[in-house]
Design a protein around this ligand. Structure first.
Ligand SMILES: Cc1cc2nc3c(=O)[nH]c(=O)nc-3n(C[C@H](O)[C@H](O)[C@H](O)COP(=O)(O)O)c2cc1C
Ligand SMILES: [Mn+2]
Length: 488
């Protein structure tokens, strides 16, 4: 049964002993971060702070912060099975003949069953406030000492593409400026930023006013719906449809009070408002998922005009910081879920891995079935052209016999296999907005390392040695002798 909302998920986490209620008073100013950081680094449970200092609203953190909790969130035994389901869908081509087509019908009906469904109301409308609301009521974290303020860290930010009318939902952090104003940290490559740019291009309205972009922010929902906000989907592909696919049931949406946007009916808290086109304000610094503070920068401003919420809402949040944090597990699940999609374009890919220390964009290790000269270079360039994988600062390509989930094996084999001057490819291109080393924001270089075995057709004339391995029969003989020798 799909989770009906956040509290349903919390109940399940509690049943599975994956959640700890914290009844002592803890301060959202730094203290909750320290709790969450220690817990995730010690494989601890999700935490529900019942008495955050200064607020009556409880705080959920680390709900996704282990592979087990990711599996519970997505209601699967292993996240690989999500990948398998996606793969089966993508494999689905119109078969020949009437019988074949008829057999397809149930699958197609299933596709229809994922589309979000409009409902007239829901718990997110329990309380509707056009005035007398304040962000100060909520236990919004001040995460790290040098942060520019308090940040909403796990929002689902809804907007519409002004040209196609298609919905987008992305997770972009929001710095609290005052009781009704926040930052809107959609980085330049993200879909929210693209919607904004399109409106910016339109310029002033007929009345000579700056156009406003309607934005609605939902905080806390069932876990698959929350998770869909971070998925790197193509533009105009509705995250709510993906959420419906993940949970196996349509997401129920309600219309906003102030705009024609829609938000999940089961949301805990909804902030409705607008972004004034052309208005920017300094955002940051913020202790980021790179483990460093991201620098101050100019970002749009979100003005809240209405708050709708449950009677007793729960505030869902996360922290990022030195890895591994909760977002590592969310990202690891993306790695697993998106591999079959990547393989659809690049069937030569066997596996990929983004170790925690690489904070996603800094390092991706790829094993391929190499079939032609410079094949590894082709794979690098393809990855640099593939959605948010464009940010990959360092791509290491190895042969298919290398297990990329084992960083030590990759380091050992790759370092042996490379002649650096020959095998390293530098390119210029867009880089992650969080990269503090690039010469300019969003502009920098990337490195691909071809660590595959080199071929004659690639100009390599020397023999290539084998990896050392003991034959199995010798191992078995020694197994016997080992005991006889008294080595237990
Ligand atoms: C905890 C967390 C916080 C994030 N914060 C931001 C952020 O502040 N700005 C941003 O552009 N992306 C942020 N992301 C990444 C985006 O959510 C992700 O790139 C997503 O695919 C964006 O959606 P979009 O492709 O519809 O734009 C964050 C991800 C996580 C897991
Ligand atoms: Mn999107």
């Amino acid at each position: 049964m799909p989770y009906s909302d956040l509290r349903d998920f919390i109940d399940e986490l509690e049943k599975k002993k994956e959640l700890k209620r914290i009844s002592v008073e803890v301060d959202p100013f730094l203290e909750i971060t320290e709790f969450a950081d220690r817990s995730v680094k010690n494989n601890g449970p999700a935490l529900l702070f019942e008495k955050p200092k200064g607020s009556r609203v409880p705080v959920l953190i680390n709900g996704f912060a282990s592979m087990r909790r990711m599996e519970l969130a997505l209601e699967v035994e292993s996240v690989e099975s999500v990948a398998q389901r996606i793969y089966e869908f993508l494999e689905m081509r119109m078969p020949e003949g009437l019988i074949g087509k008829l057999k397809m019908l149930p699958k197609l009906a299933e596709v229809g069953a994922f589309f979000p469904k409009m409902v007239s109301s829901g718990p997110s409308k329990d309380i509707i406030r056009h005035d007398n609301f304040s962000l100060n009521e909520f236990p919004i974290l001040h995460c790290w000492p040098q942060d520019g303020g308090r940040f909403i860290t796990l929002p689902m930010v809804f907007s519409r593409n002004p040209d196609t009318g298609k919905r987008n939902c992305g997770c972009y952090r929001m710095q609290v400026y005052d009781e009704r104003t926040t930052g809107m940290h959609w980085q330049t490559h993200k879909h929210g930023a693209e919607h904004y740019r399109r409106l910016l291009k339109e310029g002033k309205t007929k009345e000579g006013k700056a156009p406003r972009m309607d934005v609605a922010v939902a905080i806390g929902s069932d876990p698959a719906t929350m998770y869909s906000a971070i998925l790197p989907l193509p533009p105009d592909l509705d995250e709510m449809m993906m959420a419906g696919f993940l949970r196996g049931k349509p997401v129920e949406m309600v219309k906003c009070e102030m705009s024609d946007l829609e938000v999940p009916a089961n949301a805990e808290i909804v902030l409705e408002g607008y972004v004034e086109i052309g208005e920017n304000r300094t955002e940051g610094p913020f202790g980021d998922h790179t483990g460093f503070y991201s620098l101050e920068d100019e970002y749009p401003v979100f003005h809240i005009t209405c708050v709708t919420q449950r009677k007793h809402p729960i505030y869902a949040t996360t922290i990022v910081g030195p890895p591994p944090m909760e977002d590592f597990y969310m990202g690891k699940a993306i790695e697993r879920i998106f591999l079959p999609l990547m393989r659809l374009q690049l069937p030569e890919i066997r596996d990929i891995s983004m170790p925690a220390e690489g904070v996603f964009h800094n390092l991706i290790m790829v094993s391929i079935r190499k079939s032609y000269p410079l094949h590894a270079r082709k794979v690098m360039h393809a990855i640099w052209g593939l959605g948010q994988a464009m940010f990959s600062k360092c791509i290491v390509v190895v042969d298919e016999d290398v297990d990329v989930q084992d960083v030590r094996e990759v380091a050992w084999k790759a370092l042996n296999n490379i002649d650096p001057e020959r095998d390293i490819q530098f390119v210029l291109g867009p880089v992650d907005s969080l990269d503090h080393s690039s010469r300019m924001p969003n502009y920098g270089s990337k490195m691909g390392i071809d660590a595959t075995r080199k071929w004659r057709e690639e100009g390599f004339q020397r023999p290539w040695p084998d990896v050392i391995r003991m034959p199995d029969e010798v191992k078995q003989r020694v197994n016997q002798l080992w005991k006889k020798a008294g080595l237990a």
